[in-house]
Ligand binder design. Sequence first.
Ligand SMILES: [Zn+2]
Length: 342
Amino acid sequence: MNSQDSEISSPLLKLTPAGLFCEAGEFFIDPSKAVSRAIITHAHADHARTGSREYITVDCGKHVLRTRLTPTSIINTVQYGEVMDFRGVKVSLHPAGHMLGSSQVRVEYQGEVWVFSGDFKVAADPTCVPFEPLRCHTFITESTFANPDFSWPDQATVWAEISDWWRLNRAWGRASVLYCYAAGKSQRVLAGLDASLGPIITHDKVETINADYRASGISLPDTVCIDGAPENTDWGASLILAPPQVRDGRWMRRAGPRSTAFASGWMTTKGACARHRVDRGFVLSDHADWAETLWAIKETGAEHVLVTHGYVDLLVAHLRSQGLDAQPLKAAEAKAAKSGVR
Ligand SMILES: [Zn+2]
C-alpha cells in the first residue's frame, strides 16, 4: 500500500507503560496493566491479563479467554472481520492462526491502516482459523522465531515422529509423556496425532483448555484427566499431555516408567533436549518461522514495519537491507516521544 507520508508522523498505535495503545480510539491491545478497554489478541498469559474493565475478543475465543481471566470479567465479542468504531477509529479482528480465537488487530483512522499481528503462525492447524494476510500501511509484527536458523519441518513428518516414539514406548511398556503448552499447542497435537495408539491422558491444565475448545465446537479425540484415570489404566500404552511447567510434579509418579518429550519450535536448537530435560524433542511451533515471517510481512504490502517480541534487531536489519522502513517497536515509540508526538 502507498502512504502519503513515508515517515510515521503520528503513530496510530504506540507503546506505553501499559502496552500498545490507540490514543484516537482510546483502547489498548493486550495491555500489561489494568485498563479501561482491552482488545485481546489471544488467551496466552503474556497477552491476556486480569484487571481491565472491559475485554474485547473474537467470538470463538471467548471460552478460552474466560478461563484465562475471571468468571466476572466483562468479555465482549465480535466475529472475525466485524468492524467496531471507537471515536471514528475502525477496528476489526482477523485470524492469526496461532491458537483458537487468536487475532490480528486491524486499525483504520483517516485513511491510515495499521495491523498488529499478535502471535501468528502460517502452518495449517485444524483447531483454529488460518492466518489471513491483511494489507496495511504499517505492520507491527512479532518475531519470536524470525531467525534464519528456524525453518519448520513438514507437519506430517512431525506427526509420524510422535507416533513412532509412542509406538516404541508402548512396545517397551513405558508411558509417553509429551510436554506441550496447555493452551493451543496441546489441542493442536491432539487433533494431529494418531489417537488410535492408546489412551490419551491429560494434566488438568490441559484438560481445562480441552473443555474450552470442545465448548467452542472444536473436535478433539477422547482424553482422560490424570486425576480421573481409572485404576486399570494401561499407563505403558498411554500418551500423557502436560505443560512443561509441571514437569517435576508428584502427579507424574502415577505413570510409572516413562519416556519424556517436548513439542516446541525451540526443540530445533542444539542441546534443546538436555536444556529441557527430556528424552526427545519434536519441532512444532505455533509461530511463523523465518521464511513464513518474511512472507507474511510481504503480503501486507506495508511500507513501515515495526518489530517486537523476539529477534527484533535481526529482522529489522534484514528488512532494511530489503529497502523497507523497519524499526523496533520500542525505538519507534522513543522517536515519536522525542519529536513530541504522543
Ligand atoms: Zn501466544
